[in-house]
Design a binder for this molecule. Sequence first.
Ligand code: ADP
Ligand code: MG
Length: 700
Amino acid sequence: MPEDSPPVAAKPLSAPQKALRKLGLVRPIDLALHLPLRYEDETRLTRLADARDGDLVQIEGQVTQQEVAWRPRRQLLVTLDDGSDQVVLRFFNFYPSQQKQMAVGQRLRARGELRGGFAGLSMMHPTVRAAGGVLPQALTPVYPTVAGLPQPYLRKAVLAGLAQADLRETLPDEVLNEIDHLRPWDLRQALSFLHHPTPDMSLTQLEDHSHPAWQRLKAEELLAQQLSQLTARRAREHLRAPALHAARGGLHEALLAALPFQLTGAQRRVGEEIAHDLARAQPMHRLLQGDVGSGKTAVAALAACIAIDAGWQCALMAPTEILAEQHFAKLADWLAPLLAPRGLQVAWLTGGQKKKDRQAMLQAVASGAAALVIGTHAVIQQQVRFARLGLAIIDEQHRFGVQQRLDLRNKLSESPQGDATAWEPHLLMMSATPIPRTLAMSYYADLDVSTLDELPPGRTPVLTRLVAESRRDEVIERIRAQIAQGRQVYWVCPLIEESEALDLRHASATHAELAAALPGQAVGLLHSRLPPAEKKAVMAQFASGAMPVLVSTTVIEVGVDVPNASLMVIEHAERFGLSQLHQLRGRVGRGAAASACVLLYATPEGGRLGETARERLKAMAETSDGFEIARRDLAIRGPGEFLGARQSGAALLRFADLAEDSALLQWARRAAPRLLDRWPELAARHVDRWLGGRADYLKA
Ligand code: ADP
Ligand code: MG
């Protein structure tokens, strides 16, 4: 571009326009699909004499008095008389223009919550406009919004969007007819019903999500999600991946022989499922789910062996340094002796590494000498170049962001044959949080799922007890008894520091308390602020058995494996989520000794535990089955937590509810492949309508 003609600067966005962007409301269809949160009734005027304390009312009257008072702080008081009674309108923030608008003698229409009281009626910060003018005929929609985006502006934008959006039917009759109450409503009708209520429409009608208008929206939304996942799945079918076969007499067999245990039936079955996928020339995209302690690491190691046998590299990524470290220790122990004779090694990559060590590791990764590369997200950084990455394994996959998963897949971007075909490594994701069926059917519809549904033999079930904070002493007594038997104990605290809002016990205060109560015993302290080297040292001491008690924050939540630990105390258990409690509890019961988990709970001053907290603790005491726990967690909290990072980029379901709308979900699952095969243009239009540019994220 010639220098004398600078590029035309785009017109800067106004504040409300920016706010619209922030809400993702860019295209007319995005606006049209932005549905009201609730409705307000502005169709009537109420006489003050007929209203009661707490009523949301709209009144009209004349200003009889106005003053600025200073007690307790500066405020504008405007007295309005509607002929039946008087009300004082109270404003803490106000402008001179408002004082003028509400000058004595003006007639106003005010809307707000009425407070009756000793000093007469009042309204705090009502909406005020000049009196007169026609009353709206129908209920007024109120939209979800953000700061800087006033309702009237948003309402206008939404209605403009609704008028411009392409709402042509994307669902052929044949597909629509399969679901009962969809037929009479099309999308245009459904949307104008919800955005433009007619005068005869009641609040109950509009807010009832079983109404055909809502059914239509939910069905469309679920279908869009199914379509995008199916598309992603099919796109993957066109990708190439190296076909990985275990070699006869190779590493895979050698590891099987070297493992200090027999595989469980479930491990064998899942191992075969993975081996079958790896042998294909399309990238695997498999989720391995198994309860804590079900032995996912061994399955991962065997998969890695297949890749290495076939002459490729394997990367294993874990969300925390401690977990990565544990994997490294275990896998290096198993595999290094088998790899060494072949001139191969296990490499270790982490953020906290010394530059020189890191350089050496990077070189081994680039040359291919590092057959197995283990680490934190350092594994996927730009400078890391694999010679031949064939298999990527992600542990605790829900801890990772969508982008990180995509990055890992992109580590094999160049075709090993130097041709134009797109190649990707095989991908194995592992998770100890089992996904309930409805979620597996919707969010993870593009994944193959393997389940370890059997624990290794010799595990004793963990006995769970709820103990009130007031009985702390008894718990400490119990710790003493465990130590006397040569066992080890975890004590988990929820936060590192005392915060004013949450009166949580300091992990270090607990540490000091336990150290004092257990003289002569090593009591360790682990928290996320500790330098990595110190963390490592504490963990190593605990793992070696030299340290009987470990006080920690939730840093030990994932993956730590110390079979001699037989007691887990969770302090302020009421503050943890259900899956988190389950994961923590899974740290014990890994050896042959009878194990227990004590959930210490504190009730608010003089009060009772909240409903949710009580339900969670009860569920923990009643079951140790990870699937059952996941099911209850979903019921208590909704799907957000399970999706982890996926929710951030993906279109979370806005309207449909997986628990409630399973019939619609079933329908969407059946409809998606049919639509895609027979009406691909309609399918594309449908996905674009609902997901726009965001569909990409669902692929990860
Ligand atoms: P998770 O699925 O939670 O990652 P791990 O892979 O850490 O579980 O395994 C838990 C423990 O069980 C480890 O000590 C592991 O060595 C051991 N283990 C795994 N498989 C078996 C088996 N088939 N028999 C006995 N112990 C096993
Ligand atoms: Mg694990």
